[in-house]
Structure formats: structure tokens, C-alpha cells
Design a protein. Structure first.
Length: 625
């Protein structure tokens, strides 16, 4: 009940304060409606609890079973005070300081840096009048001067409590991760790409492709000689980025085709967010602007304005593209972004024969040794599995690499070997005939191929011929590649094969995820986002200020998390909170993915991979509380 007080109305004729009498009557009436006393012996519920369900009771001891008298406070105070003097040599006069039992209460905060004791509310606002330096309150204006705000940043207060929570277990670098349930007992045939699937390259391969492509630009396309001084920046780009051919921008998109601000680059410099919005009119890119090239047609490249650089061979290509763009910008050289893109792409593509020859001459310089690969092949052989190899690379290149990796008998493991397959055409066309490769004369024959024989090398052809001649169909085939589109998309969509992706970057990504500092930041980011979500609709004079502080901290934390993967573009798999466009396609076309093909040695040939049950937006945030 709310009572509005008025000035008493004095009746001078009667000589009594009639208004005062009436006010007293109202007070008496209101007093009769005061709430009942709260029972000191009450039990107060924060959550519903049915004691019929409780079978076991557990207890702490101190201040739970054992409750202490005020003398305990005096004892602890006096012992601590004496220890300061005796052990830490504090002044003897401290011995005269008596305990003030009614000074403090539980739940206060102590600012270690400023030496202040203070009280905060649930919004982290300082309660003025409760900030003490020693035994004296600190004036409100001094408090504001010290803290710059009445609201304390959440990291200033709650960061220490992050460490009290158990961090997630490490993710295994040798793990195999399921996007779709896959029972290996159903798989009879294992197929493989070669580059970045069976053969994984050292960083020297990126430098080689970059340098060969750069020199090709100068020698064949007559680009300025100064470009020859541009060195490869190995940590600049990541796989899965998009290049806008029309605007000359390299950028990162999420699974909703949203641009991740801060990851749009012209040359080697980021484009400001306001300029990005001016150029694209929206943060979301229309699907036709992005996805046309994935219809597996070379002509599609000429119809679209944006292409995705989705394999590891494209990373040095992106580096060269951005370096040359930066060179032109710095030297005020006019250029057409699309012409530059096509010249760089053709330069890197046309230098592959030279690259093949250089790798063949010094294979250990470029190819990572994988001593487990032969053991993996032997396991499949012992399990009576069929194996085949389909690669775009030429035979002499594959032969030297496989001898280095497995030995001279590498062909004995494969029932079918097809080189120069020209994927994705191998998976999409039906009319290109298979041809036999003559290893002795190093040429292709013109004989009609009517059956596939072990030990014979084939080239070109189509997946239809492979299936017709072997009878390998549908879910009994598991094919591995590194490219979600040219290797995996058509075989799963059109032919029902099971698919596995080899994503080398997982080694770096998982090592980063396993870092304790990253785990703490990621956990705190989740908690902070939850706080913002829960409190955003509260009303009050200081609520928006608090929310602004939280959002500012969240933005800073997201950028910090992004930079630990790659300073420019962040993780291959995530934007700030959504999966990347690359992840979306990977998860659609790959049943399983892993960092190395030999990770499968950690599992039996009858193992079933189960996808993690993810929480959908409309479901519980967690099935466990």
C-alpha cells in the first residue's frame, strides 16, 4: 500500500490538528496490513526440489554442520594480525588494532589494484556509499574518477571465476569427425585422390607454386619486373575464401553468405566496414553472386562475379593475387581486377608441369613422409577391401611420390589407378573414354578399354565407366579427397558414394582449440553472450550502459579468438559464431573428415562413426544441467 503524505490541515476553531489525527489513522490502518514475519527457521527455494526423490544427503562441515560463535571471528582476526607482525614484519602498532565485528558483510568485492572494499549489484553497478578505503567511505566523485563509470566491466570482476570451471577435454589431432553416420562394415571399396589426400606437401610447395606463378606473370604476361621482388607471405590467407573478380576483393563468407567484417582485403590491407557496405549495399551476398561456379562447369567461371578458392593449391595463388594487387596500388598502376585474377590463375595453373618436374627431381624437399600410409594400406588389404586411385596429376608425378611414400610396390595395393582424370569432369561427363597409359613409352594408347585390370595405368575416362566395369556402386564405395566440390560433391549427390575429406588445416585448428587460454576465452565468450541475451530486454537507466560494456567486451573477445587462427581471416571453419561457407559445403558433401588419411588407423575397419547430436536453435541449450 502506498500512502501519500500531505501537510496536516489545522482547524484553528477547534484548536486540534485534524489532519494529523487522520494521518495517524491511516498509519494504523496500513500497519494492520504489514506482511507477516519471515520464519527464521524457514527453508527458501531457488529451484523446485522434491525430497521424496532424494535418497542420499551429503554435507560440508564448516558453517554447515558446524556453526561457529563470534569468538571464531575474533580468533582468526587476532591470529592473522599477529602473523603479519611476526612473519611479515609489519609495524608493531598493528597489534593494537581490535576486530570490528559489525564492519563488513559477506559478498563484498575487494579491488586488489586500488585497495578498495565495495558492494556491487547484479548488473555490476557500484552501490555508492559502500566503497571503503580502510575504515572510511570513498566519496562518490572519487569513485567515478577511479572507475570512469559506475558500472564495472565484467572482465574486471568475473574473470577470476572462469578458472574455477573445468575446461573442455582436448580434441584429438588424430580424430575422425562425422558429419553423417558412416558404418565402415558397409564399405567394401576405398577410393583416393592423390594430392593433399595420400600425398601431403610441405610449406616449400606453396613457395614453389608462388614463385613459379610470379615468374610466369613477368615472363609470359609481361607484368612489371618489380613484381619479382614480392615474397610469399605464408600466413596471409587461408583456404575457403572468396575472391570478387569484379571488385578485386578477397573476403570471407559465413554459411549464410554474410560477409565477416574485418576480413575483406584489397591487396594486403583490410577494407573498412563502411566501404564494404557501400560496395555491396548489404552485408549478405545474393546467392547467384556466389554459387554459380559450383555447378561444375568451366563456363560458369565466366558468368559469375565471385569464386571460392577451396583447395590448398589455391592458397599461394591467393597470396600472389593480393601481393600483385598491393604492388599496383602502391605504385599507382591502373589495373582491371578480373584481368589480374585470370592472369594469376592461368600463371599458377600453367606452371604445374614445371612444378611436377621439380618435385620429381627432389621429392623429399616437397613431400611429407607418412610412415603410417603403408600400414594403412596393409590393414585394408588384410580386411579384403578393394582400393582405387583417381587423380588429376600425371603418372610420372604420382609414381615418384607413391614410391617415396609407400615403396616401389605401391601399385600392388590398388585394383584401379586412373591419372589425369580431369576432375570434376570425370564425375560429371559420360562420353570421355578411358585410355591406357604406356609406362615404357610414356604415352597414351588408342586401344578400346573393355575391362579394368590391376597393374595397368589408365587416364581420363568417367566415373560411369569405372562403376560399370567394376560393379562398385553406392554406399559400398568410400572416396577420399581434399576438395569438397571437385572431389566429393558429385560422387555423393549423383552416385551415392560415401565420402571422406582430408583437411590438413585441422592440425593447426585443433592445436589452437586445445590451448587452455583459447578454451577459457571461448567459454567466457559463451557466458558473456548468454548474459547479453538474457538481459537485453531489461529496462532501466543504466541497463543499456551495462549492455554496451558487455557488447564491447564481446566484440574484443571475438576478434582475439579470430586472430589466434589467422590474423587476417581467422579460422577456416568459423566466422565469429557461424560456420564458414567452406564448412557448410564440407559438412554437406563429406560424411567424415580428418587431418590425415592415416587417422583411420585409430579405428577398426568395422567402426561406425556417429555425428555429434548438435543442439538445434529450438531445442534445449543443453541436455545436461
Amino acid at each position: 500500500m502506498t500512502v501519500q503524505r500531505t501537510q496536516p490541515i489545522i482547524n484553528h476553531n477547534i484548536g486540534t490538528a485534524v489532519g494529523t489525527v487522520r494521518l495517524q489513522e491511516v498509519r494504523i490502518s496500513a500497519a494492520k496490513k504489514l506482511p507477516q514475519d519471515v520464519s527464521i527457521k524457514g527453508v527458501f527455494a531457488c529451484n523446485e526440489l522434491d525430497l521424496k526423490e532424494v535418497q542420499v544427503y551429503g554435507f560440508d562441515y564448516d558453517y554447515t554442520l558446524a556453526c561457529y560463535k563470534p569468538s571464531m571471528d575474533y580468533l582468526l582476526y587476532n591470529l592473522g594480525r599477529d602473523m603479519l607482525i611476526q612473519k611479515y614484519k609489519y609495524p608493531g602498532g598493528i597489534g593494537n588494532l581490535e576486530y570490528k565485528k559489525d564492519f563488513a558483510v559477506r559478498g563484498l568485492h575487494y579491488d586488489i589494484e586500488k585497495g578498495l572494499l565495495l558492494k556491487l549489484d547484479s548488473f555490476l553497478q557500484i552501490q555508492f556509499g559502500t566503497v571503503y578505503r580502510g575504515l572510511h567511505p570513498v566519496p562518490d566523485d572519487e569513485v567515478l574518477r577511479l572507475y570512469k563509470n559506475r558500472i564495472i566491466p565484467i572482465a574486471y570482476v568475473e574473470a577470476p571465476h572462469k578458472h574455477s570451471h573445468k575446461l573442455p577435454q582436448d580434441v584429438s589431432i588424430k580424430g575422425v569427425f562425422a558429419c553423417n553416420e558412416l558404418d565402415l562394415k558397409e564399405v567394401q571399396v576405398y577410393g583416393f585422390d592423390y594430392d593433399y589426400t595420400l600425398a601431403c606437401y610441405k610449406p616449400s610447395m606453396d613457395y614453389l607454386l608462388y614463385n613459379l606463378g610470379r615468374d610466369m606473370l613477368i615472363q609470359k604476361y609481361k607484368y612489371p619486373g618489380g613484381i619479382g621482388n614480392l615474397e610469399y607471405k605464408k600466413d596471409f590467407a587461408v583456404r575457403g575464401l572468396h575472391y570478387d573478380i569484379e571488385k578485386g576483393l578477397l573476403l570471407k563468407l559465413d554459411s549464410f553468405l554474410q560477409i565477416q567484417f574485418g576480413t575483406v582485403y584489397r591487396g594486403l590491407h583490410p577494407v573498412p566496414d563502411d566501404e564494404v557496405l557501400r560496395l555491396y549495399k548489404n552485408r549478405i551476398i545474393p546467392i547467384a553472386y556466389v554459387e554459380a561456379p559450383h555447378k561444375h562447369s568451366h563456363e560458369a567461371l565466366h558468368r559469375t562475379k565471385m569464386v571460392q578458392l577451396a583447395d590448398l593449391f589455391s592458397v599461394p595463388e591467393m597470396g600472389l593475387l593480393c601481393n600483385v594487387t598491393e604492388y599496383f596500388l602502391r605504385n599507382h598502376i591502373d589495373y582491371h581486377p578480373e584481368i589480374l585474377f585470370r592472369d594469376v590463375k592461368n600463371s599458377v595453373k600453367n606452371c604445374h608441369p614445371v612444378m611436377h618436374q621439380m618435385v620429381v627431381q627432389n621429392v623429399s624437399e616437397y613431400l611429407e613422409q607418412n610412415k603410417d600410409l603403408k600400414r594403412f594400406f596393409n590393414r585394408l588389404k588384410e580386411a579384403n577391401k578393394n582400393m582405387f586411385l583417381v587423380t588429376n596429376s600425371p603418372f610420372h608425378f604420382v609414381d615418384i611420390g607413391m614410391k617415396f611414400l609407400v615403396g616401389d610396390d605401391w601399385k600392388d595395393y590398388f585394383d584401379v589407378v586412373i591419372v589425369q582424370a580431369r576432375k570434376p569432369k570425370f564425375f560429371t561427363e559420360e562420353t570421355r573414354p578411358l585410355r591406357i597409359y604406356d609406362e615404357v613409352n610414356k604415352t597414351q594408347l588408342w586401344d578400346r578399354v573393355t575391362k579394368l585390370e590391376k597393374g595397368v595405368i589408365y587416364l581420363e575416362g568417367t566415373v560411369k565407366q569405372l562403376q560399370d566395369m567394376t560393379g562398385w556402386q553406392g554406399h559400398q564405395v568410400l572416396y577420399f579427397g581434399d576438395h569438397p566440390y571437385s572431389d566429393l560433391a558429385d560422387v555423393t549427390l549423383e552416385h551415392g558414394w560415401r565420402t571422406g575429406a582430408i583437411i590438413k588445416e585441422l592440425t593447426h585448428e585443433i592445436a589452437t582449440l586445445n590451448n587452455p587460454k583459447f578454451k577459457e576465452n571461448a567459454n567466457w565468450l559463451q557466458m558473456l553472450t548468454g548474459l547479453i541475451e538474457e538481459h537485453q530486454d531489461f529496462e532501466g537507466p543504466d541497463v543499456h550502459t551495462i549492455l554496451d560494456e558487455w557488447i564491447k567486451e564481446r566484440d574484443g573477445l571475438r576478434n582475439e579468438i579470430k586472430r589466434v587462427f589467422n590474423k587476417q581471416f581467422g579460422s577456416v571453419f568459423r566466422t565469429y559464431h557461424n560456420p564458414t561457407y567452406f564448412s557448410r559445403r564440407l559438412f554437406r558433401f563429406a560424411d567424415i573428415y580428418m587431418s590425415s588419411i592415416t587417422n583411420l588407423l585409430e579405428y577398426s575397419t568395422s567402426h561406425t562413426f556417429y555425428p555429434r547430436r548438435g543442439v538445434m536453435p529450438h531445442e534445449y541449450t543443453s541436455y545436461f544441467v
